[in-house]
Design a protein around this ligand. Sequence first.
Ligand SMILES: Nc1ncnc2c1ncn2[C@@H]1O[C@H](COP(=O)(O)OP(=O)(O)O)[C@@H](O)[C@H]1O
Ligand SMILES: O=C(O)[C@@H](O)C(=O)COP(=O)(O)O
Length: 431
Amino acid sequence: MSLTLGVIADDYTGASDLANTLTKESVRTLQTIGVPDAALALPDADAVVVSLKSRSVPAEEAVKMSLAACAWLKARGASHILFKVCSTFDSTDAGNIGPVTDALRLATGAAIVPVTPAFPETGRTVFMGHLFVGTVPLNESPLKDHPLNPMTDADLRRVLARQSTGRVGLVPLKDVAAGVDAIRARLEALALDGRTAAIVDAVFDADLVAIGAAAAGLPLSTGASGLGLGLARALVAGGRVLSQAGDGGAITQGIAGLAAAVAGSCSAATLEQIAVAERVMPVLRLSAERLVTHPDEEVADALAWAKGRLAAGPVLIAASDNPEQVAQVQARFGRTAAGLAVEHGTAAISQGLVAAGVRRLVIAGGETSGASVDRLGLPAFLVGPEIAPGVPLLRTAGQAGEPMVLALKSGNFGGPDFFARAFALMGAGVA
Ligand SMILES: Nc1ncnc2c1ncn2[C@@H]1O[C@H](COP(=O)(O)OP(=O)(O)O)[C@@H](O)[C@H]1O
Ligand SMILES: O=C(O)[C@@H](O)C(=O)COP(=O)(O)O
């Protein structure tokens, strides 16, 4: 397999979001879980998105995992590496976007790295280096209350500089609007001035197309799905990838089995989606406290609840809670310990659901998805049609046993009826 584009994604929902964007742009794309085993037979692809669970681990670990993924992708011919981060730049001052970008820059020999999390389709735009979520700056959006990476500063130059060893510059919208040559010229000038990364403004998809054209000529970029769109357009236009329309129908072919959803995202979008799901399907609310103090009992009770209902249609099991409740649990047990306990619990529930015959599984939340997919030991995914912007259907690939169809929903993505829509596309409608 000879690749053109190699993507290193810092979480699994982000990886499927990016894989979705590339697939929509007709780039043959495969999503792997971690660096694939040498023995794993992979179909041909022009882009591989390696999914890591590296967003919230210590920076040294994130760097090590990302360098291994970079080496694997480069050994297979990838001429450009995109480090896929969250469109809301989820990270703390201790990392990991800065340290990983710095390490990949050295590994790829890049002089400067364009960085933009803009994803206009989902309302993420960057102006004068400041990230907006819809109509408000990042620090006024619900991301200020994220359980693991609360985002309290919208100035991405500052955010990235606090995490980086290098100096951070800006490619302002004025240059982006002037087109690819102006972007290249600004990046070169910033590199000459000793900047190692530059936040690039982008408000519309057209901005990202110009940024993608400039970035495709460099070894490395850091960004979200908007940058993926720009890179894909540049690679297709330059004849560097074999453009191929997807075969959406094949994704769900031959998959019957039961259907269920597991949620661990506490985003405002997911909380609303769970409330809406309660009107059309059975929903069980887990106790985060009990997942910390009596995990086996809470998991067993949840599985018993589900097994009594699955035959009648999809069910949803959610640990998700509002910021006040999450803060209480974190105050009692610590942020990391509470997060990990809930992830372990929801992963055990996913595993129990699959053991009970679930073959159509929706998981809400990036860390939550990572923990569940790891527990299920799934090595790779083929990418199917989109349920909502940034959320595709995925079909398992490369694993022994029966295939499954999954959706890994980024916490912030999807409309209020997301769960019902996902099950309908999976062929497991709700009442
Ligand atoms: N009720 C809860 N109390 C405390 N932490 C929780 C609760 N529910 C979920 N979590 C944790 O919050 C984090 C949510 O992150 P994630 O799954 O990445 O969602 P998102 O996609 O919204 O970022 C996970 O670590 C999860 O285990
Ligand atoms: O870019 C995005 O917003 C998403 O692809 C993403 O990274 C999702 O992360 P979570 O919200 O933690 O699922």
